[in-house]
Write a protein that binds this ligand. Structure first.
Ligand code: C2E
Ligand code: MG
Ligand code: MG
Ligand code: MG
Length: 287
């Protein structure tokens, strides 16, 4: 084929897109079977109090334990799951897993404040989410305050008026609400003020360059101030180093989550009593 020929480039791309589309459909089918055959697993990443390093909760994160390919991360299959609509079933399954896990931890004497579950925009806008959540809570005999739902900023802002109604209904149930990946979704501050949520999660993209990147430092500082002024608590995502944790603590951030504290892992592998290290005046569980 002639190099730089528009026609062959087009043919190449359209062939490629067809392949991609086919792969997505195949992935969607495989994923449906995975769900039925119980190949999906819930991993849990600890969320720590920045002041004393204690684990106060977890975020539940889905993994696909594939018989041939091993553990597959959600980035590889969530897009296909969203496209096929299967994401709602995955989210509902994760909700059930998380509630059962909380019940198990409480029954074995563990103390924790919450487990957070990610809710896709599909499930969020479907209409019967509050009903489903209350059923799942009842099945695990769980007080609603133990469950936190994470909805991304972009999902909330897609249709802010509709989102507000859904959030209010969930809030009335007594579950806690967090806006995920905050700072990436063009919130209007006027709308944010009306969203009656409990937490903002600062996207890891802003935490990455801390404390040296001046723009990220300014953004992080502003988000913490904004959240606190609105009466919300703040979770920093993607905390990898003690320096980042120290900066966040200094700026008044409440909670931190990241590889520096602990990677997402199977529930039986959670280290509840990490040996803590003194870092400045605080005790952080960072290495
Ligand atoms: P998210 O909700 O923002 O979750 C945080 C992601 O950051 C997780 O990736 C987590 O493993 C990763 N992470 C945590 N600490 C660090 C760190 O220190 N450094 C870095 N580089 N990354 C860190 P994961 O588990 O691959 O999930 C990716 C995304 O997939 C999630 O982002 C969420 O949007 C989505 N997701 C995961 N599980 C579910 C689910 O059950 N339902 C839905 N709807 N989405 C899910
Ligand atoms: Mg999340
Ligand atoms: Mg996030
Ligand atoms: Mg994310």
């Amino acid at each position: 084929k002639a190099k730089g020929s528009g026609r062959s480039t087009y043919a190449f791309y359209s062939q490629d897109l067809t392949n991609q589309a086919r792969q997505r459909v195949e992935l969607g089918t495989a994923l449906r079977q995975a769900l039925e055959q119980r190949q999906l697993v819930a991993y849990y990443q600890p969320v720590h109090c920045l002041r004393d390093g204690r684990i106060i909760g977890f975020e539940a994160l889905v993994r696909w334990d594939h018989p041939d390919h091993g553990l597959i991360s959600p980035a590889a299959f969530i897009p296909a799951a969203e496209e096929s609509g299967l994401i709602s079933s995955i989210d509902r399954w994760m909700l059930q897993q998380a509630c059962r896990q909380i019940r198990g931890w409480l029954d074995s004497g563990r103390s924790l404040d919450f487990v957070a579950v990610n809710i896709s925009s599909r499930l969020f806008t479907r209409g019967e989410l509050d009903l489903h959540v209350s059923q799942v809570l009842a099945e695990s005999r769980l007080e609603p305050g133990y469950l936190m739902l994470e909805i991304t900023e972009s999902a909330v802002m897609e249709d802010a008026d509709a989102a507000m109604i859904i959030l209010d209904r969930l809030r009335e149930l007594g579950v806690r609400l967090a806006i995920d990946d905050f700072g990436t979704g063009y919130s209007s501050l006027a709308r944010l003020k009306r969203m009656r949520v409990h937490k903002l999660k600062i996207d890891q993209g802003f935490v990455r360059g801390l404390p040296h990147d001046p723009e990220n430092a300014a953004i992080t500082r502003s988000v913490i101030g904004l959240a606190h002024n609105l009466g919300l608590s703040v979770v920093a995502e993607g905390v990898e180093t003690a320096e980042q944790a120290a900066f966040l603590l200094e700026e008044g951030c409440d909670l931190g989550q990241g590889f520096g504290f602990g990677r997402p892992c199977a529930p039986e592998r959670i280290e509840w009593d990490l040996e803590r290290m003194h870092y400045g005046q605080t005790r952080l569980a960072l290495p």
